[in-house]
Design a protein around this ligand. Structure first.
Ligand code: SF4
Ligand code: ZN
Ligand code: ZN
Length: 321
């Protein structure tokens, strides 16, 4: 008996992708349409590009950031903004060089202006940080330093270029695990910043996460159907399954299997019901933005030395010790 393949809901051709929460089987062409329609709806519903004339897209070379760049570039005439790509060469052995090659070729293919920023120009690389961590000369996880570095450098380029907003490739799975972990740890100051949009604060550029309602799997389908180039290997310093965030995500993915749409419901419930109450209670507007006395960039540190400059000072002490 011939095997009967599911048919695409739209065109009746053989379907290859199942979107369980929407009860849809789709062929590649209609999956792409479905994906783009949903991203556009997210941009519209959450007013992600309202008043944005120039968007800086942070592109690491992974599937999520590459897809963010591609989609935002595709929509640029519809919304009337300009797109510039930004890639930070963090100096991660076996990873940074590969990423740079992939993103540079993509920028050129799509004819997008871009900036490459080398961390080594600031006197160190992520490889050095990992080395010192292995020697127990620094305690914090490498990813936490990496977060400070990326935030600082992206903000710096956004200010230099006069970009209104920085777009990142965070997806639904990222947001779900961040919200769940920050809730578990009671980190209200982090929860108030989570979501699809973080407004600008003083000289801190605003952030948008246009793929925040698309799952990692859907982004993978989309990038593969369109043949977008991306780095397939992960960062070697990425935490393994042992960290709490990844464990929480594994459990939430089990719930998604049982109740399709669980993760979207979780995030929408946070965005629409919980976050407004937390933001009100936390008085986010009251937080001051100072100017770093060493580099002139904005900082929320009361001692007026930004976290990046503190990191650089720590590094010079480590080197001279
Ligand atoms: Fe940076 Fe960690 Fe991501 Fe690697 S996994 S790029 S160290 S944040
Ligand atoms: Zn179809
Ligand atoms: Zn500084």
């Amino acid at each position: 008996m011939p095997h009967s393949y599911p048919k695409c809901k739209k065109c009746k051709n053989p379907a290859m992708y199942r979107v369980r929460y929407a009860r849809l089987w789709l062929c590649p062409k209609h999956f792409v349409e479905f994906f783009e329609r949903r991203v556009k709806r997210t941009i519209d519903n959450y007013k992600l590009v309202k008043n944005a004339k120039h968007i800086l897209v942070a592109v690491s070379g992974g599937k999520d950031s590459v897809t963010t760049l591609y989609v935002l570039n595709k929509f640029k005439d519809t919304y009337g903004y300009k797109v510039t790509g930004a890639t930070i060469d963090l100096g991660i052995p076996g990873y940074s060089a590969k990423s740079l090659k992939v993103v540079t070729s993509l920028y050129k293919t799509l004819n997008i202006e871009y900036r490459i920023i080398r961390l080594s120009d600031y006197g160190f690389t992520l490889r050095d940080l990992q080395f010192w961590r292995n020697k127990k000369k620094v305690r914090r996880p490498t990813c936490s330093f990496c977060g400070i570095i990326k935030r600082y450098l992206l903000n710096r380029i956004a200010l230099d270029l006069g970009a209104d907003v920085v777009a990142t490739g965070h997806n639904l799975d990222d947001l779900v695990k961040f919200v769940a972990t920050d809730y578990y740890n009671g980190r209200i100051s982090e929860l108030v910043k989570l979501g699809l949009k973080t407004p600008p604060m003083g000289k801190f550029a605003g952030r948008i996460r246009p793929l925040g309602l698309m799952s990692s799997k859907e982004i993978l389908y989309y990038a593969n159907i369109l043949g977008l180039p991306y780095v397939h290997t992960g960062c070697p310093y990425s935490p393994k399954h042992t960290n709490i965030q990844n464990r929480i995500l594994i459990r939430l993915n089990d719930l998604e299997e049982e109740y399709p749409g669980f993760k979207i419901g979780f995030i929408k419930s946070f965005l629409h019901h919980l976050k407004p109450v937390i933001v009100k209670g936390y008085d986010i507007e009251e937080r001051e933005v100072y100017t770093c006395s060493l580099c002139g960039m904005p900082t929320s540190n009361k001692d007026r030395i930004c976290s990046f400059c503190k990191l650089r000072m720590k590094i010079s002490k480590t080197i001279s010790a």
